[in-house]
Design a protein around this ligand. Structure first.
Ligand SMILES: Nc1nc(=O)c2c([nH]1)NC[C@@H]1CN(c3ccc(C(=O)N[C@@H](CCC(=O)O)C(=O)O)cc3)CN21
Ligand SMILES: O=c1ccn([C@H]2C[C@H](O)[C@@H](COP(=O)(O)O)O2)c(=O)[nH]1
Length: 277
């Protein structure tokens, strides 16, 4: 993932110091893009060890339409805890909008069903996408995530916003728009998660994984991640691992962590960093 390291270097070289909602301070650039061909391996960073378990379980949790941290915690994932209420609620975040977008007649629309249906029956469509930016439920930035949840709003507005798919020569590609990208902590997760979703959708729809393209809006390094970023940039990337899916579940909603096997993951040691809340 040299592209990822180049992006970190770009933010260091060209970034502007800015304040941000969390009060941490960032260095940021605007609007960048990188791509990775999934035929070249699974994009799990090798310059620091990542918890694939957190990434895969979070995606399974989104696809289940779950917006409470209970199931994540039971499955050893704590990455959403800081934004949840005491009961574990996060409001109508990703899972709700992806699988149960509320309609004015009180019903819901499952955008994932729509995408699977398009990929199977109308793969040339230029409308194969889903997104989470439901303006009615966006949080009020002046109050806390928990207060927003109690008011029926999202704890945080979606960062990974718009997922668009493209089929050509039997290969499934995807582009993801991330409006705000925590390049040290969030982006490695978002990249691997997109790749995993493409592998899963491709398997369900009889396609091969193609390319992933990630477009980031406010592309930042938090001021308390600088030493970690420099450490990471001093490391030499190794060969990427591969992903094997051990069974073909009945639907996109039936995957479990045990279905995924990451093979040949030879990563440098983990680098911990505080998450900005
Ligand atoms: N500031 C910020 N950055 C994010 O990336 C982020 C948010 N907030 N809020 C919502 C979600 C939660 N996400 C997170 C939150 C924490 C980690 C994190 O601390 N990762 C650690 C390991 C933690 C673990 O897997 O248990 C890491 O070193 O990657 C990663 C993604 C992504 N999102
Ligand atoms: O999937 C995710 C979720 C969140 N982030 C980061 C991006 C920002 O650093 C914060 C969100 O704060 P906002 O003020 O709402 O932009 O979380 C990410 O990189 N990836």
């Amino acid at each position: 993932m040299k592209q990822y390291l180049d992006l970190l270097q770009d933010v260091l070289d060209n970034g502007i110091e800015k304040g941000d909602r969390t009060g941490t301070g960032t260095r940021s650039v605007f609007a960048r893009q990188y791509r990775h061909d999934l035929a070249d391996g699974f994009p799990l960073l090798t310059t620091k060890r990542l918890h694939f378990k957190s990434i895969a379980n979070e995606l399974i949790w989104f696809l289940n339409g779950d917006t409470n941290t209970r199931w994540l915690k039971e499955n050893g994932v704590s990455i959403w805890d800081e934004w949840a209420t005491e009961e574990g609620d996060l409001g109508p975040i990703y899972g709700a909008q992806w699988t149960a977008w509320p309609t004015r007649d009180g019903d819901t629309i499952n955008q994932i069903d729509y995408v699977v249906n398009c990929l199977k029956n109308n793969p040339d469509s230029r409308r194969i996408l889903f997104h989470g930016w439901n303006v009615e439920y966006l949080p009020d930035e002046s109050i806390s995530p928990q207060e927003n949840v109690k008011a029926g709003r999202m704890a945080l507005p979606p960062c990974h916003l718009l997922y668009q798919f493209y089929v050509a020569n039997g290969r499934l590609s995807a582009q993801l728009m991330i409006r705000s990208s925590d390049t040290f902590l969030g982006l490695p997760y978002n990249t691997a998660s997109l790749a995993l979703l493409v592998h899963m959708l491709a398997q369900q729809c009889g396609l091969k994984p193609g390319e992933i393209v990630i477009s980031t809006g406010d592309t930042h390094i938090y001021s308390n991640h600088m030493a970690q970023v420099r450490e990471q940039l001093s490391r030499v990337p190794r060969q990427l691992p591969t992903l094997e899916i051990l069974r073909r579940p009945d639907s996109i909603y039936d995957y479990r962590l045990e279905d995924f096997e990451i093979q040949g993951y030879d990563a440098h040691s983990h680098i911990s960093a505080p998450v900005a809340v």
